[in-house]
Design a binder for this molecule. Structure first.
Ligand code: SF4
Length: 268
């Protein structure tokens, strides 16, 4: 499978190109449906440069197939090349970013033009259940450290609560919200749980709970590779979590594109 790009909502998703070692149970990147598992950074960046020459877009979202900071030297090196395209950049991570990696990221931020933004999505899908659902991933506490560290170097950080897991109690999400607000996050993005035909990314969810969760087949809109998956999403529950966030003084965005847009508007 070739690497592909697509403009959606003014943004282009850019892969890391190396399998992610974090091993979240809901991870949909393992079977290659959203892109090839291994691609050299130079190949990704050269293809992207060719794509950018003939397509118009404002924002790069880096890291949908893996975590850019699971191998931080690779992530930083790719960001250093990405800023040459002179677009707004957003990256997704579950890594604990501190020390020299944080310093390198601050240097990337400084090199990006003042009219351009660098922002982050830090993902959490649970709190107390993280050791079973995300067993090899930096802990929720470490991810909160990432949020406060990013804020300290002037990088807006949103919490991606996605997938919102049907069998995880609201109380865990309340814990996520409280900790994230304390860490200074700029808002929350709530998102669905995806399942392929063989239900490989949802095996850990009790079947009776999954069956009761509203789901519909969709062509995944943000992927250039257009997999057809079931999107599990309980709209009533999402509204409830949104109200919880707002009652605590936080802000909810329904897509990462909207969150990034809010950062761009703030600097214009
Ligand atoms: S951090 Fe993201 S890419 Fe890595 S295993 Fe978890 S869901 Fe998959």
């Amino acid at each position: 499978m070739d690497i592909q790009f697509k403009v959606e909502k003014g943004r282009v998703l850019v892969p890391v190109g190396i399998p992610c070692p974090f091993g979240c149970k809901y991870c949909y990147t393992r079977n290659g449906e959203v892109g090839p598992a291994r691609v050299k950074p130079a190949e990704i960046l050269n293809h992207l440069q060719e794509f950018a020459a003939v397509h118009s877009f404002n924002t790069i979202q880096f890291g949908y197939d893996s975590d850019p900071f699971a191998f931080p030297e690779r992530g930083i090196a790719m960001l250093e090349r990405l800023i040459e395209l002179e677009k707004h950049i957003n990256f997704s991570t579950k890594a604990c970013i501190e020390g020299t990696v944080l310093d390198a990221l601050a240097a990337v931020r400084r090199r990006l033009g003042g009219h351009l933004t660098l922002s982050a999505l830090v993902s959490l899908s649970c709190w107390e259940s993280a050791p079973t659902v995300e067993p090899h991933t930096p802990t929720p506490e470490e991810r909160m450290r990432t949020v406060s560290n990013l804020k300290r170097i002037g990088i807006p950080a949103f919490i991606a609560v996605r997938p919102l897991l049907p069998h995880i109690a609201d109380a865990e999400y309340e814990h996520v919200i409280d900790e994230a607000l304390r860490a200074g996050c700029d808002g929350f993005i709530l998102g669905p749980l995806y399942a392929d035909e063989k239900e490989r990314f949802v095996r850990f969810v009790p079947k009776d709970v999954l069956r009761k969760t509203p789901g519909r087949k969709v062509v995944v809109p943000w992927s250039a590779h257009a997999p057809v998956w079931t999107r599990y999403e309980d709209g009533v529950r999402m509204q409830r979590i949104m109200m919880l966030v707002e009652a605590k003084g936080g802000k909810v965005f329904w897509s990462s594109a909207d969150a990034v847009e809010s950062v761009i508007h703030a600097v214009l």
